[in-house]
Design a protein. Structure first.
Length: 375
């Protein structure tokens, strides 16, 4: 993996995340927003925020990329001639001598049998009497010879096939490695591990840079990030629970003169906000919470699954457990409600109307409401 490959990997990961607009996701939470008809508003979020997965996913995948954690030598086929031990070479020579002796003994036995047959062939008279049957036997002999030739050819073909199979088994069967083979494979494995480690470190630095330097596996970057967020107004509590999961207490209020978004953290590229309020013309205000549901396009499981789109990233041995998006989102307003996607619609509470979404596995679509202010 050279720099170009690392860059391509980064783009492959960021592309699906940018489409869903999520690097931050809620966990378990309770969020409320009050919007008055004159534009005054208050917003609070108490609960978990997940600094998802891009850093976690890539660190987990990169840490597990590269095959076996321990070196294991594997050898197949015949042992190279130059690497056979002296004992193995002696053993093969003994086998060759035994085969040659067996062949010589068989040839001597055939010669002895032929000589005995010549000595006991019979008298001239008996030979003459036998000539009467010659013509009748020739046809039978020819047929027998043809059958014998066919049988011999079949046996030869079977022997050749068996030899070929045996040869293939010798070529591809696993065997014990020689000392020289183990040393060579270990050397190559060590070189690959060193190169892989260097490439992983380069990739991690690149991906951490995409998140403004945040690496959930690095306590120093998490501590720096937490301190910078805590000193921002409205962030009353920021506590890191591990693996990029934070417990926060956020509240703010003001006037919707322009748009509002949460969370927005300067100097950190964290994707689209979890909540955004957009001012339209004619006093209209659109409130959306694109991450407040469990649909596949924005769920944490979807983000974790993004690794399967990348070669070599679909089989990390250990995974960061996702936190289910679960909680409530409530909007209170005395403005005119022009549209919303709650299951029950607005409920009156005195002078205010209340829209409520219970976020869980059965949530249909992210919360949305369109209000009409008086100005």
């Amino acid at each position: 993996m050279h720099f170009k490959k690392i860059a391509a990997l980064g783009l492959a990961v960021v592309a699906p995340l940018s489409l869903s607009g999520c690097l931050l996701l809620p966990g378990e939470f309770n969020s409320e927003m009050t919007v008055m008809a004159d534009g005054q508003f208050a917003f609070s979020y108490k609960g978990q925020i997940q600094l998802v997965g891009l850093a976690n996913l890539l660190n987990e995948t990169l840490d597990n990329e590269g095959g076996n954690a321990e070196f294991v030598a594997a050898c197949y086929g015949p042992v190279p001639e130059a690497e056979k031990s002296e004992e193995e070479q002696k053993k093969e020579k003994r086998k060759e001598k035994a085969a040659a002796k067996a062949a010589a003994d068989a040839a001597a036995a055939d010669a002895a049998l032929a000589e005995i047959a010549a000595d006991t062939a019979g008298t001239a008279a008996s030979k003459t009497s036998q000539e009467d049957f010659t013509q009748e036997a020739e046809a039978e002999a020819d047929a027998a010879a043809a059958a014998e030739d066919a049988a011999g050819a079949a046996e030869d073909a079977a022997a050749e096939a068996a030899a070929a199979v045996e040869s293939m088994e010798d070529d591809y069967s696993e065997r014990e490695c020689t000392t020289a083979e183990v040393e060579q494979q270990k050397k190559e494995w060590d070189e690959q591990q060193a190169a892989s480690k260097k490439e992983k470190e380069q990739a991690k630095k690149m991906f951490a840079a995409m998140l403004g330097g945040i690496d959930p596996s690095n306590p120093k970057t998490i501590e720096r990030f937490t301190k910078e967020v805590e000193r921002l107004a409205a962030w009353n509590k920021v506590e890191h629970l591990g693996n990029g999961l934070f417990m926060i207490d956020y509240s703010t209020k003001g006037r919707l003169a322009d748009d509002f978004a949460f969370p927005v953290i300067p100097r950190y590229a964290l994707g689209n906000p979890m909540i955004h309020v957009t001012r339209w013309d004619n006093g209209r205000v659109r409130i959306e919470a694109p991450t407040f549901h469990n649909d596949a396009d924005v769920s944490l499981m979807s983000l974790m699954g993004a690794g399967s789109m990348i070669p070599g990233m679909g089989s990390a041995k250990k995974n960061v457990e996702p936190v289910e998006v679960k909680g409530t989102f409530t909007i209170r307003t005395n403005a005119k409600i022009m549209a919303n996607n709650t299951d029950e619609g607005p409920v009156d509470e005195g002078a205010m109307q209340v829209l409520r979404w219970d976020i869980g596995p059965k949530t249909f679509g992210p919360p949305m409401a369109l209000l009409k202010l008086v100005n």
